[in-house]
Design a protein around this ligand. Structure first.
Ligand code: NAD
Length: 365
């Protein structure tokens, strides 16, 4: 029997609630295919601060290092908001884990089912068939990781700077991820930059143009300035298929895509590393796009779909099990279409809880 070895980091708030049922759905989907789950749980975020004094303890990194992928919940909450910024769960756990495992590529599916268009702030007539796009964001370069400085000038004024840095090789490797994604979809890539102003964007655009012409000439490549891309996302998201962009632009655009697609409870994400695991697939971290939802934590009413869909992405990217990933994705869609919905996506139907939602999905696998 083949085993799937992964680390489970539920985190805080709704994290443990949605993680528990996501593992049940994962088991229901993999067991018939003769696959066994071999996962180890570890603390991360606020709970790790409380129990071990660090948001990302060494022991948690050790568990992840022994694994082929990480299934992550979410971290943070009001209890830890008074800590200094550098010690807060998101900053002290998520950024270091991305860095430690060189998670350079963030993929966020922007998926809104036709049946849930009411969840979007866009008018239904703009998205009659729902939304189906993907944002590929570079995650370990750019302004978030470049040199930073704050100093006082001779006249007493204070100056601060963040530096945006990109190497061509960093751009090429994120383009590879976007190319693979576009090949499995409709073959369109839109590269987003600010090449009218930024030197890094000039390199980004030149590299995208030359690299895709050489390595994937069959794909249709377009370019947009980021300000225009933000407008187009709000006007007509389905004009895109795969968007590829640098770290900060991707941070902002993927959040805009999230709200355009409705509830955070439906949105999954994958962050892929530079290293392959023992199966020859990228090591990756898979997590819902939303946070710990402190307003509903502990009530067992959170939508588990984002966590379940994140587990499906883990099967696809880190274990090469595309068929089973699709089976889970279809089951989630079918459950929602059949009217099984948590409060965030209920819109007139009777809302159900986290466990009932997971049961409805399991029943459709
Ligand atoms: P949030 O995403 O937790 O919540 C925003 C809104 O979306 C809330 O009303 C919440 O109830 C709802 N929501 C989110 N996920 C849901 C789900 N699965 N089902 C139903 N409703 C859902 O964002 P926030 O309130 O800004 O942040 C809360 C905490 O989460 C903060 O401490 C923040 O730092 C942290 N956070 C963590 C991550 C992460 O771990 N990757 C990401 C974002 C925020």
């Amino acid at each position: 029997m083949q085993t799937l070895k992964f680390a489970v980091l539920p985190g805080d708030g709704i994290g443990p609630e949605v993680m528990k049922v996501a593992l049940e759905v994962l088991e229901a989907a993999t067991e018939p295919a003769g696959l066994a789950l071999d996962f180890e749980e570890a603390d991360v975020g606020g709970i790790a601060i409380d129990k071990q004094g660090s948001a990302l303890p060494e022991s948690t990194i050790g568990v992840c290092e022994k694994s082929d992928a990480i299934l992550f919940g979410s971290v943070g909450g009001p209890k830890w908001e008074s800590l200094p910024p550098a010690e807060q769960p998101e900053r002290a756990a998520l950024l270091p884990i991305r860095k430690h495992f060189s998670l350079f590529a963030n993929l966020r599916p922007g998926l809104l089912y036709k049946e849930l268009t009411d969840a979007s702030p866009l008018k239904t007539e703009r998205i009659p068939e729902g939304i189906d796009i993907v944002c590929v964001r570079e995650l370990t370069g750019g302004i978030y990781f470049g040199p930073k400085e704050t100093h006082t000038l001779d006249d007493g004024d204070v100056v601060a700077s963040d530096t945006m840095v990109y190497k061509r090789s960093e751009i090429e490797r994120i383009l590879d991820v976007a190319i693979a994604s576009a090949k499995s979809r409709s073959g369109k890539i839109c590269s987003v930059d600010k090449a009218n102003v930024l030197t890094t964007s000039v390199l980004w655009r030149k590299t995208a143009t030359e690299y895709i012409a050489k390595n994937a000439p069959e794909l249709e490549l377009s370019h947009l300035y980021v300000d225009n891309a933000a407008m187009q996302m709000a006007r007509d998201p389905n004009q895109f298929d795969v968007l590829v962009t640098e770290n900060m632009f991707g941070d902002i655009l993927s959040d805009e895509m999230g709200i355009v697609c409705g509830s955070l409870g439906m949105l999954s994400s994958a962050s892929l590393g530079t290293q392959n695991n023992q199966h020859g697939h990228p090591f990756g971290l898979y997590e819902p796009s939303g946070g710990t939802a402190p307003d509903i934590a502990g009530q067992r009413i959170a939508n588990p779909c984002a966590q379940i869909l994140s587990a499906a992405l883990m099967l696809r990217y880190s274990f090469g099990l595309n068929d089973i990933a699709e089976k889970i994705e279809s089951a989630v869609k079918q459950a929602v279409m059949d009217g099984h919905r948590t409060g965030d996506i209920a819109f007139g139907t009777d809302p159900i809880g986290t466990d009932a939602m997971a049961q409805a999905i399991k029943a459709r696998i």
